[in-house]
Every structure is written in C-alpha cells, then in structure tokens.
Design a protein around this ligand. Structure first.
Ligand SMILES: Cc1cc2nc3c(=O)[nH]c(=O)nc-3n(C[C@H](O)[C@H](O)[C@H](O)COP(=O)(O)OP(=O)(O)OC[C@H]3O[C@@H](n4cnc5c(N)ncnc54)[C@H](O)[C@@H]3O)c2cc1C
Length: 518
C-alpha cells in the first residue's frame, strides 16, 4: 500500500475501535511478526484481507451481488416535498430487479475505469487483448497461454505513467520473460510521487474545510500543485528498479531498439487497428506527444493494458431520477407539471441557480474513427493491481422503510445520461466562489463519461457531503450523500483511504446528528 496502516478504516477517528488494522493483526495472530517487519506500509494482499475481515462483521447489513441502477425521489403527498428515495437494483446472479425506500441514501460507488475514447470501442468488445489496469490482476492469469501463442505479436504494451502502469510493466516483464514489453508514457518522463511529510499534510482531515472554503479557481490551482502526490506518479523505489533494469540492458546492448523492455517517454497512441483475421493482435500508431499529426511509428502488440486511471461519475447516472430536484434543473427544465419545489418559487430558484450552478458546457470530444483520433490519457489515482474485487450494494439505503412509495416521483427533463462505452466526454464547469458554510453547495470542474446527446447533471454537495437539492425540495431529515467523488470540492484526499475514517464519521453525523457516528 502507499499509505500508513495507521490510516486504516477506523484508527484516525477512533484508535480504540475494534476495526483497526492493529486489532485485525492481533486477531489473526500476526501482530508481533508485523512489528518485526518494521514497516508502515502493509502489502496490498494483507490490506485486502483486512478490509474483508472488517466487512465480514457487517455481512448481515450488506446485500452483495447487487447493482444499484437508479435512485428516485418520492414526494410526500401532504407536503409536496421529497421525504424519501427509492433505491432500485438488479440482482447480478438472477437478474431480478428489486427496490427499497429510505430517507437517507449514501452513494459511494468509487471509480470506474477511464479509457481514452480512441480505445473505447476495443475495450468494450470481447477482445481480451485490451484490458484496463483495474482488471489486470484478475485477468492476466487467464490470458497467459493465449497471449504466448503465435502468431499473435509477442509484444505487450502498457499505456500510462502512474504507479499502476509502472507496476504492470514490471510484472509483465517477469511474467513473460520472452516477450517484448513497452511502456508508453505521454509525459516527458516518469515522475516520482511526493510522500514527504510536509506535503503529506494535505491529506490530513483538518485540511478538508479550508480546501472546501476556497474559491473554485484557487482550489483547482492548489489541486494542480499537489497532484504529484497522487496522479501520474510512481514510487521512487520502483522508478529506481526500472531505471537500473534498463541500464542493465544497455550494458548488454547499446541499441535501445533491440531491448526487450523499453520505456518510451513523450509517446501518445494516435491510432488503433486490429491485425488481420487469425493474427490475434493489434496495430498501434504512436506519435510524439504534442506532435500527434507528425510522424507516426507503428507497433504490433499482443496485449494492451491501459493504466489510464478512473472516473468517478457513477453517481450522476444513479441519481439521474433526482436531477429534477436540483436548483439548476428547475431553471433549465422549466418543468410545468406538479411543482418540484413547494417552498421556493421558480423565480427565486432561478436566481440562485444562475449564480451558483451554471449549466455545464459539454465539450463534445466524440470518439473519432479508431485510426485517426488522438488518445486522451487521463492519469488518475495511484493505481495498483490488487484492488479488492467485491461487488457490494454500495449505494445503500441507510434507513429502510417498507411503506409503499406514492406514485409521485420527481419529473426530470427528457434527457438521458446513460454512459455509452464508446463515448467519453469531458465536462468542465467553473462557478463563482461557493460559500464556506457546512451546508453550502460548492461545484466546479467535473469529469464524467456520458453520452454527448445530453447534459449530465451536476450534484453539488455541502461540506458534509450532502447533495444540495433546491431549497425546500427535500424534507429535513431526508437526503442523499456522496462519498469518494468530491475531490474537486473537498481536496485530493477525497478519493483516497487517508481520511476515509473521518469522512465516514462525518456522513454518519450529518445523517444522525452529533454522537451518531459512535
Ligand atoms: C488500484 C488502486 C490502488 C489504490 N491504492 C491506494 C493506496 O495505496 N492508498 C490510498 O490511500 N488509496 C489507494 N487507492 C484508493 C482507494 O482504493 C480508495 O480510497 C478506496 O477504495 C475508496 O473506497 P470507496 O468505498 O469510496 O470506493 P471503492 O473501494 O471503489 O468501492 C466502491 C464499491 O462500489 C461498488 N459499486 C460501484 N457501482 C455500484 C453500483 N451501481 N451498485 C452497487 N455497487 C456499486 C463497487 O463494486 C465497489 O465495491 C487505490 C485505488 C486504486 C483503484
């Protein structure tokens, strides 16, 4: 792991919690030996086991194998306000749909693979030769024999410049000692991650409020400055290992083109094509970064791994059914049926919305034909291979009410925001500075994968992670909270484990009041 075991799921908020990593070690009989290791950084396998161990205590409260498809608002017919939400799901084993209603819903769906538009048509299909780094650990053992067999090119390519890319590049080299391995890095160099103590303070829990209080432009500038802690960077020890292995090849052969393993900096993939029938590989057209229309080099590969990061936009799709409750939507949609907001006249909502939540402008970067489009690589979280593969119903209903929902779900505009696997759109929205108070909404740049046929909704959250629907739209005591997708407003720690214990506690407090998080 790239984080101290002390920043586990509980310790930073409550060091006496039974769910600390230390208690896990003690329970498993490994505490002494772990101490002897003299490390703060547990192996990912062990950390995964720790998380499974924690989760096992809550299995009665979790419905696994369930995909949340939608959350709809339910109006109280007496007040006209929303007083609960219906959470819809599909049982992944049987395909059976289900639902529950709840006053409070927490959406914590994590990240989904970010794939450059150029590659989207390939990764969406059945071709196992294109894999995202998130699938690497589970896919690669099954691919091995197929990949090694000719006539597929014995050349394996990794795209990306972060921790994941570097680890996968090294792993492929070990796993396939007879294959050529190439790491394509868009940047001019692989760069080290900064985990020095002063900089690391940005991940302290008490940094969230000051970050949230900054005007969006300042926040974005700060994020950019601190990115080297987390995005598109590699731990120094790994960089040194890669460098020394490259050097060893140079000692044997000064001609780099003949090396088995290569790191190609300042390289961008500008075209992809499948090799002819029966060849089982792909042709990649490579250009120098910044010279995409210049000279191209062609390489044939038997496997392409995209270590191109993650997007955190699942909540946008899941909450589509509630977008009509947003102040911005009340303006945009001019819903004429039953009023969405009882307490706030439309004119008032319009004024608020125009100031705080302008409609996003969709930059329509549609995937061009596969062989001509320019790859847009998004480096993201420090990626690794061993992500725990659990399928939990994370958009969980925290309070389950069984009363049937009245047929008064919120009308939403006639648009769809279904993600198409072939279209990735980057939406950038800057807003005026948001107020710093706990309940105040704050919105700025968001990145999402959506169909370009619609404008995705923006769900602004307060400091307490609660979605800020239009004033008066949702009753006191009901609401939706977002976890892990608020980096733009809450800072770089938002997508990481660093302050997860505090974040979780703050959400519980926001729902149940002080003392509720114990
Ligand atoms: C490869 C990798 C390595 C990392 N290494 C580190 C590290 O070293 N240090 C660090 O601090 N952080 C690290 N992180 C970040 C860390 O994993 C996250 O901070 C942490 O997982 C966030 O937890 P979460 O519960 O918010 O999201 P996740 O752990 O991503 O969990 C989200 C869950 O929601 C489920 N889900 C998604 N959509 C739905 C749906 N529609 N219905 C039902 N369930 C759904 C998913 O299946 C998943 O189980 C790493 C992340 C990655 C991807």
């Amino acid at each position: 792991m790239q984080i101290s075991f002390l920043k586990d799921l509980a310790t930073p908020r409550d060091p006496t919690s039974p769910f600390s990593f230390l208690n896990y070690l003690f329970t498993k009989g490994r505490l002494q030996k772990f101490i002897n290791l003299g490390t703060f950084l547990p192996a990912r396998r062990e950390y995964e086991d720790y998380m499974r161990w924690c989760a096992s205590h809550f299995s009665r409260a979790v419905r696994y194998g369930t995909e949340i498809t939608r959350v709809d608002a339910v109006h109280n017919p007496q007040t006209g306000k929303v007083d609960r939400f219906t959470v819809h799901w599909i049982d992944l084993a049987t395909g059976a749909p289900g639902s529950a209603t709840a006053r409070n819903v927490v959406v914590a769906t994590g990240g989904s693979p970010s794939v450059p538009p150029l590659f989207a048509p390939f990764i969406a299909g059945p071709d196992a030769r294109f894999i995202h780094s998130s699938q690497y650990a589970t896919s690669i053992p099954h691919l091995s024999s197929a990949l090694l067999s000719a006539p597929a090119p014995q050349h394996l390519v990794v795209i990306g410049g972060g921790q994941s890319a570097a680890e996968i590049y090294v792993d492929l080299g070990v796993r396939f000692p007879k294959s050529k391995i190439t790491l394509l890095v868009k940047d001019s160099s692989l760069r080290p991650s900064d985990d020095s103590p002063f900089v690391n303070e940005i991940f302290d829990p008490d940094r969230v409020t000051p970050t949230f209080s900054l005007p969006p432009a300042e926040r974005a500038a700060k994020r950019e400055k601190d990115k080297g802690t987390n995005y598109g960077v590699v731990r120094l020890e790994l960089l040194e290992r890669i460098y020394s292995e490259l050097y060893a090849q140079e000692v044997d052969d000064p001609v780099e083109e003949r090396w088995r393993c290569r790191v190609r900096n300042s390289r961008t993939v500008v075209g992809v094509e499948r090799l002819g029938e029966g060849k089982g590989g792909v042709k990649l057209e490579i250009a120098r970064t910044g010279e995409e229309n210049g000279e191209r080099e062609v390489i044939e590969a038997g496997l392409v791994v995209f270590a191109t990061g993650y997007v955190r936009d699942a909540h946008v799709r899941i909450l589509e059914g509630t977008r009509g409750l947003l102040a911005s939507e009340a303006v945009a949609a001019k819903v004429t049926d039953a009023p969405i907001v009882e307490a706030a006249p439309v004119a008032e909502v319009a004024a608020d919305a125009a100031e705080a939540v302008p409609a996003p402008e969709v930059a329509a970067e549609v995937a061009a034909p596969a062989t001509t489009a320019v790859a847009e690589t998004t480096e993201a979280v420090p990626e690794t291979q061993a992500v725990p593969e659990t399928t939990a119903a994370t958009a969980a209903a925290t309070v389950d009410t069984t009363a049937p929902a009245p047929e008064t779900t919120t009308p939403s505009p006639e648009t769809t925001t279904e993600t198409t696997e072939t279209t990735t759109t980057t939406t950038t929205t800057e807003t005026t500075p948001a107020p710093a108070s706990a309940g105040a909404a704050s919105v700025d740049e968001v990145k999402i994968s959506v169909s370009v046929t619609s404008t995705p909704a923006i769900f602004p959250v307060g400091r307490d992670y609660k979605v800020q629907y239009a004033p008066g739209a949702v009753e006191e005591g009901a609401g939706v909270w977002l976890q892990g997708c608020n980096e733009k407003t809450h800072g770089l720690s938002d997508t990481l484990l660093s302050i997860l214990a505090h974040r979780g506690g703050e959400v519980v407090q926001s729902i149940f009041g002080a003392g509720g998080s114990k």
